[in-house]
Design a protein around this ligand. Structure first.
Ligand code: F6P
Length: 524
């Protein structure tokens, strides 16, 4: 069967399914939970409240076959060129494979360097936690200020917050990302320069925000500790060794990044060194183990029982055949408040594209608009619209079976809310013509990802789940999920505008920008 005819069949199925409700699908398909409740490492994924039936699933599975989804994953794991616009491999899985065993990138064995870098990270962070990494005055370093943005920030920041219960005693990790100087100023505020190390993370070492913040931090060190301080108080993680040298960072404090790992897939590399330092003992290794377990599941499980790939098929269906243009991510955990931001970058920077890998226009979309915040807070913010707004928004609900806060009643309350929202979105209410403002249409799809606990292992599995789901959706649409050319234009325009703001130069500008330049540079 050709791809075209499968797509045609999917459109017919969507029209037919519009007469079914989620409630009827759940009651009519006796095997629904067996087919759509998938146990993956650390996560039970319940897709049964998504608007697919057996026939739709079969058709989506055919598409996966025609698109060679499993072949793509095998090629990615083998280190072949899967990032075609940059002729690169995408070997984030090698970073969490136990000892990087046998990993290749573009035909080169990379396991040695993966292993060496991991050993270096462990040695540095063990020493740091033992108080053996000393500053220029001989005081042990106990605070790390992690400077980076996008993929060089979001993962470590998310997990440092999420794994608060696994925090290493005596080590503080702070973060600064934004070009707004308030961010670096706040991060440095109250830090003791003698006991502080700045960790600059930038794959390219050319990102404006990061370099600006790194310069502020370096000046702060010099001001307090003298010109020789940066050599002892700055570490860098980058693939641009020349730029690091030019910045004056001591080679001993440098960790490598590789061109075969994209920024938003790089948490598992030395990008995570400050996170590793801030967590007690083996927590970072458990995180890698959880991700590696999800990798094994993604690579070795048939698509119909493969949690991330099945999820990709369903999201692809939602976006392209049910016309659902947004997707809400709601973790029922305060400590996962940053997960929606992390996934915005992962999913939208990977898949927010309109051109296929072969350069032709993409006829299918791989990314909805991602938004979210933590439950239960989200319920008091935008759930009104999720329940009664004109357009349904599919939701990912993420919850944890085990209570970590020694408050079982409140924990059950949190889970009850999560289950209630998913169920209420599905069932709605019977029509009440007398009070139409109180009607809930229901029939709104959601997924529940039920994790065992808020542990490093489960979070590693969760993030790897979303990575694989993202890549799989890109494969279904034929786009490249590993480049991000869409961020370039804005960067160039900003550089030009910085000069114009310095010189009140409005030459050749459109009337809107010209007016605003004048208002900024010559306030009345
Ligand atoms: O936003 C564009 C981007 O290139 C992201 O892909 C990346 O994670 C971020 O900027 C930071 O890049 P770098 O690590 O090179 O500073």
């Amino acid at each position: 069967m050709s791809e075209k005819s499968i797509i045609g069949e999917l459109s017919d199925l969507a029209a037919r399914l519009s007469t079914h409700t989620l409630v009827s699908l759940l009651s009519d398909e006796s095997q629904r939970m067996a087919h759509l409740g998938i146990q993956a490492p650390g996560i039970f994924a319940d897709f049964s409240k998504q608007k697919v039936d057996n026939e739709t699933l079969e058709c989506l599975l055919k598409l996966a076959e025609v698109r060679n989804l499993t072949g793509f994953f095998a090629a990615m794991a083998a280190g072949d060129v899967v990032n075609t616009s940059e002729s690169r491999a995408a070997q984030h899985m090698a970073l969490r494979a136990p000892d990087g065993a046998g990993a290749m990138a573009l035909g080169k064995n990379i396991s040695k360097s993966v292993k060496a870098e991991r050993t270096k990270m462990r040695a540095f962070t063990n020493k740091l936690r033992a108080g053996e990494v000393k500053g220029i005055t001989g005081r042990p370093i106990s605070t790390l200020v992690h400077i980076g943005i996008g993929g060089s920030d979001l993962g470590p920041r998310l997990l440092a917050q999420a794994l608060h219960r696994h925090k290493a005693p005596g080590i503080t990790v702070r973060f600064a990302a934004n070009l707004d100087a308030a961010d670096i100023n706040d991060a440095l505020e109250g830090c003791d320069p003698e006991a502080t190390m700045i960790v600059v993370v930038s794959k390219t070492f050319s990102t404006r925000e990061t370099l600006a913040n790194a310069n502020v931090a370096r000046a702060w060190l010099v001001q307090h500790l003298g010109a020789d301080a940066p050599a002892k108080h700055i570490a860098a993680i980058s693939s641009n060794l020349e730029a690091i040298k030019a910045f004056g960072i001591n080679e001993d404090n440098v960790f490598a990044m590789y061109d075969w790992v994209g920024g938003r897939y790089s948490l598992w590399s030395a990008v995570g060194v400050s996170l590793m330092a801030g967590l007690s003992g083996g927590a970072f290794d458990e995180l890698l183990a959880g991700a590696a377990a999800m990798d094994a599941h993604a690579l070795n499980t048939p698509v119909h029982a493969n949690a991330p790939l099945l999820s990709a098929l369903i999201q692809f269906w939602n976006r392209n055949f049910l016309g659902l243009q947004a997707r809400a991510i709601i973790p029922y955990a305060t400590r996962l408040a940053l997960l929606p931001s992390y996934l915005q970058q992962l999913i939208m920077e990977s898949n927010g594209k309109s051109v296929k890998a072969d350069g032709t226009p993409a006829t299918l979309a791989a990314s909805p608009v991602i938004f979210g915040t933590e439950g239960t807070n989200a319920q008091h913010a935008f759930f009104q619209q999720l329940h009664q707004g004109p357009v349904p928004v599919p939701v990912d609900f993420i919850g944890f079976v085990r209570d970590q806060e020694h408050n079982p009643a409140q924990h059950k309350g949190v889970l009850a809310n999560m289950l209630a929202q998913s169920r209420a979105l599905m069932t709605g209410t019977p029509e009440n013509p007398a009070e139409p403002h109180k009607n809930f249409p229901g029939n709104r799809p959601s997924t529940i990802l039920l994790l065992d606990e808020l542990s490093p292992f489960c979070l590693g599995a969760l993030l790897a789940f979303y990575e694989h789901e993202t890549v799989a959706q890109a494969v279904l649409c034929g786009i490249n999920p590993f480049d991000q050319w869409g961020v370039e234009l804005g960067k160039h325009v900003a550089l030009d505008l910085q000069d114009r703001l310095e010189n009140t130069d409005t030459d050749g500008m459109d009337p809107s920008t010209a007016t605003l330049i004048k208002r900024i540079t010559k306030p009345s």
